[in-house]
Write a protein that binds this ligand. Sequence first.
Ligand code: ATP
Length: 208
Amino acid sequence: MIGIFGGTFDPVHIGHVRTALDIREDLALDEVRLMPCNVSPHRSAPLASGAQRLAMLQTAIHGEPGLCIDERELHRPAPSYTVDTLLSLRAELGDVPLCLMMGMDSFQALHTWHRWRDIIALAHIVVMTRPGWLPPTQGEVAELIMQHGVYDPARVREAAAGCVLLRPVSQLDISASRIRNAVKAEKSARYWVPDGVLNIIKKEGIYR
Ligand code: ATP
């Protein structure tokens, strides 16, 4: 069973890698693939280049066997639609259960994603709690929870796709924007990102 954790990763921080590890252990996933997007359809262009975001991801997961990077979105012309990514993964991997991982903030906005209703037929959606964000109680995404929500994590092993699972993870009130703002203000971003990531940010003068 494979976890797919997409994001801009501008930059990757410990809120990403610790929660990725939490879910890998929680659901006994074979691997979690961190998938940097090329250009997100939902937000302005990243400040760091694709190559810089990739280098930061590589150093962040170095030595952690359960985490790897899937570069397919970086190599695909923008924008990076998740539904296209899942279709290409399905074509490659067959009927293996796929867990699309996202934080509660991303999940809240799921109904704005391209062909969002097709996603649940292609993967399970594993939503990670995030400080300051609660599950939606009304609207289309809340309806998706009512239709597809499961409580028992074992359910995701029983089918290739189709479940929505909300899981608690380490609560780390860290965001990439907080890090970019700190660097810009010449404040320290230490301990929010692995030291290797901080070194790249400093050496290449990113976010200044
Ligand atoms: P930004 O501050 O620029 O919006 P971000 O920190 O949310 O960035 P992204 O790369 O946009 O990082 O996020 C990728 C995914 O990681 C999203 O699904 C997001 O919800 C999730 N995520 C990011 N930070 C955390 C965190 N601290 N805890 C749980 N999930 C997180």
